[in-house]
Design a protein around this ligand. Structure first.
Ligand code: SIN
Length: 281
């Protein structure tokens, strides 16, 4: 179909990361040129946001499939008719929020997802925002000497790391797939090169990274703890306030995210799809 590409507006929301995309109705089949413009905005801004989209699960899948192949989340069952859509849910009586720690998605897999698309269904009256952090800038913000050391290191990432594993506990209890977290572990470069932009990004995260390959956890901890603090500093971050019908689409290869858990007593429900990625190098 044809549409006016100039109607698609890309408005950065910080000097570092994140842009709102206006002038797009994703319930419609977009042209290849429109998809290309949105993909370029994702590459340029690492996370893009769309507002006021009224879409069904089938329409969410149709839209995201234009950018890659939807994946299946290993630990929690998807919607009955759409197994690629994982409900990200926190109920009023719960205190733990799913994924409530800084991370990039499922880095414990050999080929972690390239991107994640989250669509807001039900939100608390206030709160429940999501933060995103630019990992190109995190890498580039280190000294050249320290970058050279990191360039040669490999990280061991595990789904069983306690801090992240406990953020899945409520959903695994009511909709778990039965897979044990201990079976998922993957080694990836500490600094990965983005396959599309060619830029280097820091690729450790406090949710999943347990140590450097060839070192003990105790030996790795001082440097990892420094990197976990460094990589989320406010200058690298943006904060997105959801409204029903909002969508966030982020690039897991160069961005991390953190859902803020400040809405106890209320329901928050979003529909999540991840897109298959390649082996980090
Ligand atoms: C996630 O880690 O995918 C959840 C993000 C959110 O709930 O905002």
């Amino acid at each position: 179909m044809s549409e006016d590409l100039s109607a698609i507006e890309v408005r950065p929301i910080t000097g570092s990361i994140g842009a709102e995309i206006g002038g797009v109705d994703i319930s419609q089949k977009l042209s290849a040129a429109a998809i290309g413009k949105i993909r370029q905005a994702l590459l340029d801004h690492l996370v893009i946001f769309l507002r006021d989209q009224e879409i069904s699960p089938a329409q969410q899948l149709a839209f995201v499939s234009r950018f890659g192949e939807p994946d299946i989340y290993p630990f929690v069952k998807g919607l009955e008719d759409y197994p690629q859509i994982t409900p990200i849910l926190k109920l009023p009586e719960e205190t733990v929020n799913f994924g409530g720690i800084w991370h990039s998605d499922t880095v414990y897999q050999p080929r972690p997802p390239m991107a994640t698309v989250l669509y807001a269904k039900q939100l608390p009256p206030t709160g429940g925002d999501t933060l995103f952090a630019n990992q190109y800038q995190a890498y580039e913000g280190l000294s050249a000497s320290f970058r050279r050391i990191l360039d040669d290191l490999t990280a061991v990432n595990s789904a069983a790391k306690g801090s992240a594993a406990q953020t899945r506990s409520d959903r695994v209890a009511d909709a778990g797939t039965g897979l044990a977290a201990g079976v998922m572990e993957a080694e990836h470069p500490v600094v990965r090169t983005h396959p599309e932009t060619g830029r280097k990004a820091l690729y450790v995260n406090t949710g999943h990274t347990v140590r450097f390959k060839g070192m003990t956890e105790a030996e790795s901890a001082p440097i990892l703890d420094f990197l976990y603090r460094h990589q989320i500093q406010p200058e690298f971050c943006c904060r997105f306030a959801w409204r029903p019908g909002s969508m966030a689409f982020w690039d897991n290869r160069c961005a991390q995210h953190y859902p803020v858990n400040d809405y106890h007593g209320h329901t928050r429900l979003l529909h999540r799809v991840t897109l298959k990625g390649d082996k980090p190098y």
